[in-house]
Design a protein around this ligand. Structure first.
Ligand code: HEM
Length: 403
């Protein structure tokens, strides 16, 4: 490997390294080389906000279809069929229209009282002294919310959480610029997916027999322009909601606490004025986006900011770097809960903009509001915090706090 390539490889992080190290590397590298193409690996890294926006806007040149990179096992094949995030138009457009119909802001808003109840139930289980917030709140709450939304029976929710936990562990091992590592983690993930698929097929059959007021029933019944989802697509979509909606939210909830710990003046202000909470969530998403990258595949020879990129190359969009681009954000290193506008890329952009952004924001709002109200003296035990030690997943894996 040459010196140039090393310079453009993200740092190896260990579980004790705060991912702010990754942000420092992104800011330095992106400032020097906004677009870097590595001919050996056929990989292009993009760091600037404007370039990321141009790439996501041009889905004909930059495809999201990564199905050929996915192991050819049954589990993955089923998942990819309903996985919106990996589809290009026109199929993406059709499926998104169908699922948006059932995943509306109104459906999400009705969940607030139930989410508050779930959070309070988790907090009721706290003793005194120190607790790990990942184990007790940030991991279970998003899993329980999605399970509830989908209509997964209560007695099965523990296994749902187990799958999520194992999946995050495997996903956290992936280095986004190293295809071999991605392959190893994928085969572990594939095994879990088979179990999840089997379970989801069974749930669909049960919901068809006994319709209820939940998302699986609505997916089974949804129709747009005479089109319905088949069972494999529903399974794929259910898994996507679970995978995309759980891990990311868990990481964001934890990172929010770390951001407040880094910024005591803001933490004090938020305690006095909970209206600042939405701004805290947006700044957390900007400064510590849980998925710091998004990926695309080049379908025809092109260039990005004048750098030629050939057909077949992979593109790593560093959303986390775009979020610190000085051309878009004044004083990007500053955590500013009243920053406006805040056009961060934490939820992606363009046609694949996160479908669950409203739900994630709602969960984050409820969790922070209830934590601050019930534990005004809550303090992060910074020395004991552990991370995923990864460039593909940013957020705490262990978050001990003193109550
Ligand atoms: C803070 C939490 C979350 C973050 C940071 C996040 C991040 C993202 C990002 C970056 C994308 C775009 C991927 C791309 O362009 O390649 C995306 C797409 C998506 N997200 Fe989220 N997400 C979060 C929560 C959720 C939740 C709670 C759900 C649902 C329960 C969800 C469902 C989806 C779906 C279905 C897509 C694919 C949309 C499409 O391709 O049209 N996400 N998310």
């Amino acid at each position: 490997m040459t010196g140039i390539e090393q310079k453009h490889d993200p740092p190896r992080l260990s579980s004790v390294d705060d991912p702010s190290m990754l942000i420092d590397w992104l800011r330095r590298t992106g400032a020097e080389t906004p677009v870097h193409f590595d001919p050996e690996r056929q990989l292009c890294q993009v760091f600037r906000h404007a370039d990321i926006m141009s790439v996501v806007a041009d889905w004909e040149t930059f495809s999201s279809d990564d199905r050929h990179l996915v192991p050819q096992t049954d589990g993955f094949q089923t998942f990819t069929k309903g996985n919106l995030a990996s589809l290009d138009p026109p199929r993406h457009h059709q499926l998104r229209k169908l699922v948006s119909k059932v995943f509306t802001p109104r459906t999400v808003a009705t969940l607030e009282p139930r989410i508050t109840e779930l959070v309070d139930r988790q907090l009721d289980g706290f003793g005194t002294g120190e607790v790990d917030l990942v184990d007790t709140v940030t991991n279970p709450v998003p899993a329980l919310v999605i399970a509830e939304l989908l209509g997964i029976p209560e007695q099965d929710r523990a296994i749902f959480q187990r799958w999520a936990f194992d999946m995050v562990g495997l996903g956290g091992q992936v280095d986004v610029t190293d295809p071999d590592e991605a392959g190893d983690a994928m085969s572990g993930i594939s095994r879990i997916m088979n179990d999840m698929n089997e379970y989801a097929f069974d749930q669909i059959a049960q919901h068809r027999r006994h319709p209820a007021d939940d998302l699986i029933t609505r997916l089974v019944e949804a129709e747009v322009d005479g089109m319905r989802l088949d069972d494999e697509e529903i399974v794929g979509f259910v898994l996507l909601l679970f995978l995309a909606g759980h891990i990311t939210t868990t990481l964001t909830l934890g990172s929010m606490l770390l951001c407040l710990d880094d910024n005591p003046a803001t933490a004090a202000a938020v305690r006095g004025d909970p209206d600042l909470i939405p701004g805290v969530i947006e700044e957390t998403m900007r400064q510590r986006p849980p998925f710091p990258t998004s990926k695309r595949l080049v379908t025809r020879d092109t260039e990005i900011r004048g750098v030629p990129v050939p057909e077949g190359a992979g593109v790593v969009l560093w959303l986390a770097a775009g979020n610190h681009d000085e051309e878009v954000f004044e004083r990007p290193g500053e955590f500013d809960p009243v920053r406006s506008p805040n056009q961060h890329l934490g939820f992606g952009a363009g046609i694949h903009f996160c479908l669950g952004a409203g739900l994630a924001r709602l969960e984050a709002r409820v969790v922070l509001r209830r934590l601050l109200a019930r534990y005004p003296g809550l303090e992060v035990d910074r020395q004991a915090v552990r991370f995923y030690g990864s460039t593909s997943i940013v957020g705490p894996r262990l978050l001990p706090v003193r109550l």
